[in-house]
Structure formats: C-alpha cells, structure tokens
Ligand binder design. Structure first.
Ligand code: MG
Length: 364
C-alpha cells in the first residue's frame, strides 16, 4: 500500500511540528503532501507550501485547492481559530479524512461540520477526545452512560483558599502539567478549556451535554473515561505527550509501534480523581448552557472568552472577571447563527460587543 498523503494546516505550531515528527518517523506509512506555515518556515519540499503571511483571500483559495486535491488523503487541521473552519468543511465535503486539533471548528460550527463529515466522522487530535475515541472503539453508543473528561485542574484548583481576584498573569501561565501557548494556558486555569472540550465531545460523539461530565485528575495520566450502562468504565492512560493522540489519529485503525517512549507501570500509579467544583469554576456550566442554546451561542462563548483572556493577559481585567464577562456577552447576544456566515457574524458580534462595553480592552 502506498503511504498516506497528508496535508498539515499549521505545520509550524506545536501540534504541527509534532505531526511532522510522527510523519518523518514513519515514511513507509505517511508522506507529507502539503502544509501551511506561520511566521516561521517549515522548510520542506512538498506539493504545496502555503504561507499564512499571504493575503487572507489568496491563503483561503490555495488551502482549499490543497485539501481538495485528488491526491490528498488526510488533512491535519492545526491552525488556530475561525480560519480553520472553511478548509475543514472543504476537506470533509471532498471526502477527505480529517484529523482535528483546532477546538474552534467544533465549538463554533459543530452541527455543520459533523453533517459534512457524515458517517466517516472526524479523527480527534485533542488528548481527551482521542482518549474517549479509543474507549469507544468496538462499542455501541447506546451502551454509553456518560463521557468523563479529565482536567489537571490548572494552577488554582489545588489552592481553594486563593483569591482569584488577585491572580497575576504569571500565576495563570504556570500550568502544572502541559506546556502550551498563553491563551490555552489561561483557559486551563479558568477551566474554560474543559467547557470547550465538552462542546467538542458533544458533537464528535453525538452525546447529549447532560451525559458529558468533567472531573479533576491532577496527575494527567488518565486522559479521559467512558462509563457504560452496566457500570463499567474504560479509560485511556499514558504520559502527557501529544505525539500519542497524533499517532492514533494518523494511523487509525492501526497503532504505531513506539509512537512515544514506553511508560513504566510505576508512572501510572497514585491516580486521584475529584468532582469539579462548578461554583468556583462556573465555565463548564456556562459552556454547557451555550451549547444547549445552540445557534451562534457557542461561537459567542468562544469569541468573548478569547477577547476576555487577551484583556487579562494585557493586565486590563482581573482573572476572576474572564468568565463573568463571557456570561454577560451571552446574555446580550440577540441570537441567530445556523449558517456558516451567521456563525462568523456571531463571532464578530461578540468581539464588537466586548469592545463597546469594555472600551479599555486592547485588541489582540
Ligand atoms: Mg485537551
């Protein structure tokens, strides 16, 4: 069998670089077909190299040509933000396999995207969704009682007496387990990332939001769990290393030998689990409500959160204001948002609303 031709959207980001690493180490299985790069150059000789620095219209047209090219088999989507939406839909409509790392795609437009994916579905790259996916292999969805997404708790969960009004940017960026960009790290501290992940899981596995819960698991060894109707749990364990979910997504339904260094059984010991305190961390409940409202509400949640996190990082609002500001934006949202255009409009509306109401907030 010839190697799988893979296009990587966002080849110079963290997920993109690790994806190239997995491809390079398995040349008999995978071939890098094309890529988009950001500020840095990926420096590869491939069929398509598309610079993110080119004009938006030109970028979009070239990316669409790459992901719909008859020779392309699989598209890894790892460019941040709403910009990933168009290429993802184009790839799915052209019948390509999609491995998805960009949260916004399912959070903003989950219904549209899953409709385009059809029975083929989407291969998740996020560690939690990869864990749930692996637990669901060979299972019937009707036998699932609930999905349980694990969270390390971020830097503040273990300090229940800490005044979240006084949190500094440095404290919020000091994540105990994973090393990530500033926006995602702040989302891990507010636990909004778990709210966004609950919305993603809802779409990926067509699971009602009431059957998706979040628990705190400080060791980050269990990447998520599935509970079945008979009372049984399945969990996926491993050391926190994104090359594993990437390898699972690229090789499905196979497994790649030595995708990550072998883990000793002792590294898997001492596992703790706690319920999420939704009063102290209201972000997950808020995300659930936004997704239940549907339409443009999840897009508003996502955009308002991004703007509020930027304001916190710029020192303009307190850490504890991030989630309440998102809630205020959702309360003010006039509604609408079934088509892609309307969803993008809801995104713009949320950013404009925050600009108007929090005038000192610096634009990203
Ligand atoms: Mg995750």
């Amino acid at each position: 069998m010839r190697p799988l031709n893979i296009a990587v959207l966002g080849a110079t980001g963290s997920i993109g670089r690790q994806t190239l690493d997995v491809i390079d180490r398995n040349p008999e299985r995978f071939k890098l077909f094309g890529l988009t790069e950001g500020v840095r150059s990926a420096n590869r000789k491939v069929e398509y190299t598309i610079s993110g620095q080119s004009g938006v219209g030109d970028f979009d047209a070239r990316v669409e040509a790459m992901v719909t090219d008859a020779r392309c088999d699989l598209v890894v989507v790892a460019i941040p933000g709403a910009r990933a939406l168009g290429p993802t839909l184009a790839a799915l409509r052209a019948g390509k396999e999609v491995a998805l790392a960009t949260k916004e795609v399912l959070v903003m437009a989950g219904a549209l995207v899953m409709k385009a994916a059809g029975a083929r579905g989407i291969r998740p790259v996020d560690s939690e969704h990869s864990a749930i996916w692996q637990c669901l292999w060979g299972e019937e969805l009707e036998n699932v009682r609930r999905l349980v997404i694990t969270s390390s708790g971020g830097p503040f969960w273990a300090h229940p007496d800490m005044d979240l009004d006084q949190v500094t940017v440095e404290q919020a960026l000091n994540h105990p387990r994973w090393s990530m960009g500033p926006k995602v790290t702040v989302d891990s501290a507010t636990l909004m990332n778990k709210g966004l992940e609950a919305i993603e899981a809802h779409h990926l596995y067509r699971m009602p939001l009431g059957r998706i819960s979040v628990c705190i698991h400080p060791q980050s060894v269990v990447h998520s769990l599935v509970e079945f109707v008979d009372g049984s749990f399945k969990a996926q364990l491993g050391r926190p290393d994104m090359r594993l979910p990437i390898a699972v997504a690229l090789a499905y339904p196979d497994r790649l030998p030595d995708a990550v260094p072998q883990t000793s059984i002792k590294e898997l010991s001492g596992l703790e689990f706690y319920d999420l305190d939704e009063r102290r961390f209201p972000s997950v409940g808020l995300a659930r409500r936004a997704a239940a409202e549907g339409g443009g509400n999840p897009a508003v949640l996502n955009a308002a959160n991004e703007e509020a996190v930027n304001a916190f990082l710029a020192g303009e609002i307190a850490f504890s204001r991030i989630v309440p500001i998102v809630e205020e934006a959702l309360g003010a949202f006039p509604g609408g948002g079934e088509s892609l255009e309307e969803i993008l409009e809801a995104d713009r509306w949320a950013r404009g609303w925050i600009r108007e109401n929090f005038g000192t907030v610096r634009r990203a």
